[in-house]
Design a protein around this ligand. Structure first.
Ligand SMILES: [Fe+2]
Length: 315
């Protein structure tokens, strides 16, 4: 339940607002001036503050200034609800970092909408921050694994960018894009089981070495199985070496039986492999790699995704 610090010196108005917001399911902490509100703030850490401006002891401006210097107060949504309608008041409040400014007399829907939209925005920002921090951790882990293979430096970052561009061009939903980023970063994480001598080998791999190499999608998928928020990225990890004609690995799936996450990643992974130096070949020009992908459309790669990739690829 979201906690709202409600600051108003008019006891009757405070009660009215309290009722309106409690019916909406918010937990209300009332204060009759800025000073009392500040004491309460430190103890309850509210999710949002609604404050009057003109109050005894400490006014709304002073409260806003004091809250904004506190570690938990920098980002807390702060709404003024005031009878002061002068432009100068509003701009002073804005300069101090107020998030919204409502005028008295207010009506209930206006107040409720303002509170809802601010709380919703705060939740989104928090979610985004958590995801960004999480992605950074995953990138660090994947980079450690990638660093064992000196020939693929920067591969993950390029694959992430290419995959994102392609998913945007395909109009994938936002939720899918979020998972795609994790999938692209983690797709080769299973290579941790492949010894460095195999990864660094310049000549062709022998049968045993190939066998090991071909285990990396399943090994990676297993690593993610126990991690709740990464499970959704498994199709990228498991199926990025499945080919459209069924000749890929680990399961030899064909056509649309291959999850589309795998079909998308197979194209950008192959494109990046072709355009960078590897132990077994020297890099191709982007236009030649695109031609190679075009020629393998319907053989290794999903024909529809290839068309979109070629159309949307930016040099
Ligand atoms: Fe791979």
């Amino acid at each position: 339940m979201s906690k709202i610090l409600l600051v108003e010196d008019d006891a009757l108005l405070l009660e009215v607002m309290r009722n309106i917001l409690e019916i909406e399911g918010y937990e209300i902490h009332p204060a009759s001036n800025g000073k009392k509100a500040l004491d309460l703030f430190v103890n309850i850490i509210p999710d949002l503050i609604i404050s009057d401006i003109m109050m005894p002891v400490m006014d709304g401006y002073e409260l806003l200034e004091s809250v904004r210097v506190l570690p938990n107060g920098v980002t807390v949504p702060f709404l003024f609800l005031s009878a002061r309608t002068e432009r100068a008041d509003v701009s002073r409040a804005r300069l101090l970092g107020v998030d919204d400014y409502l005028f008295k007399p207010f009506d209930a829907p206006e107040l409720i909408n303002a509170v809802r939209s601010r709380l919703d925005r705060r939740r989104r920002v928090e979610l985004f921050d958590t995801r960004a921090a999480h992605l950074q951790t995953v990138i660090m882990l994947a980079n450690v694994i990638e660093a064992r293979d000196p020939y693929t430096a920067g591969h993950l970052e390029r694959v992430r960018r290419l995959a994102l561009n392609l998913a945007f061009a395909l109009d994938w939903a936002n939720e899918e894009i979020v998972i795609l980023e994790f999938g692209a970063i983690l797709h080769d994480i299973g290579k941790i089981i492949v010894p460095s001598r195999v990864l660094k080998k310049t000549g062709p791999l022998d049968e045993d070495e190939w066998k090991l190499m071909r285990q990396h999608p399943e090994a990676g998928a297993k690593m993610l199985e126990g991690v709740d928020h990464l499970k959704a990225a498994i199709p990228y990890v498991l199926c990025h070496h499945e080919w459209w004609n069924g000749s890929g690995y680990p399961m030899g799936l064909s056509g649309e039986k291959i999850p589309r996450e795998g079909r998308l990643l197979a194209i950008v992974d192959a494109f990046d492999a072709m355009t960078t130096n590897r132990p077994y070949h020297i890099s191709m020009m982007a236009k030649d790699a695109i031609e190679e992908i075009r020629q393998n459309k319907g053989i290794y790669f999903d024909p529809e995704i290839v068309d979109v990739f070629i159309r949307s690829y930016k040099t």
